[in-house]
Design a protein around this ligand. Structure first.
Ligand code: ADP
Ligand code: MG
Length: 206
């Protein structure tokens, strides 16, 4: 079963994994208040639509009342057109740009708990660049995962955020090893920058 977004966020936080600030909103006004002048994202979360952006259910980089209101209206239309009955509208702060990575984990009948780090974003299909390990991983394994990737230097900004990425990987491994109730984890994307990261999409299956 899919964990509710904020339950998933809370669980991640317990392992030192932070996601971008967000709030469920039921009107454009609530989103405008949450934005407080900064850029925001609106997305429709529903068990009935797993791939939000390809379904037209994500609107990014919304600035000001006008943009937020019209995006909210467009999302409502889109949702109705798709016949989605059960949903929430999530408003998130727009994350600063960076390189998109995918961090995932799942239970495998043969190997146990697997985790993966890969290049995300628009290159994911073109390069299929990812590294897999069995949990729990040690620091050395996290380093190797990064080294093994073609995109390792891109994701780490030539090593500048390497420590940050290593500790993120170890935190995810700790979560996967300790939370036996979690069968699948998907952080896609994690937006990596030189000194920080933002998790903007998370999916935990229990
Ligand atoms: P889905 O994977 O279901 O299509 P996402 O929530 O991952 O939906 O959003 C799609 C894309 O929109 C992301 O891969 C990312 O590039 C961008 N995006 C989503 N939320 C944010 C955010 N809060 N800040 C910046 N970019 C975002
Ligand atoms: Mg996503």
């Amino acid at each position: 079963m899919l964990l509710e977004y904020f339950k998933a966020e809370k669980l991640l936080k317990r392992y030192g994994i932070n996601s971008v600030p967000g709030l469920y909103v039921s009107s454009p006004d609530e989103a405008v208040r949450f934005a407080r002048g900064s850029a925001v994202v609106l997305k429709v979360l529903s068990d009935e639509a797993l791939h939000k952006s390809s379904a037209g259910l994500v609107k990014v980089n919304l600035r000001g009342e006008g943009e937020i209101e019209s995006a909210f209206r467009q999302l409502s239309q889109r949702r109705r057109a798709l016949g989605i009955a059960s949903y929430k509208v999530l408003c998130q702060k727009m994350a600063e740009p960076g390189v998109e990575a995918i961090l995932g984990g799942r239970e495998d009948p043969q190997f146990g708990r697997l985790m993966m780090l890969g290049l995300g974003g628009i290159y994911v299909e073109a390069f299929r660049d990812f590294a897999l390990r069995i949990c729990p991983i040690k620091r050395y394994d996290a380093e190797e995962m990064i080294n093994q990737l073609m995109s390792g230097a891109v994701l780490t900004y030539k090593g500048k955020n390497r420590e940050m990425l290593i500790s993120l990987l170890m935190n995810v491994s700790r979560l996967l090893s300790s939370e036996k109730g979690i069968k699948e984890l998907d952080l896609n994307p994690v937006i990596l920058r030189e000194r920080s990261y933002s998790i903007v999409d998370l999916r935990l299956l229990g």
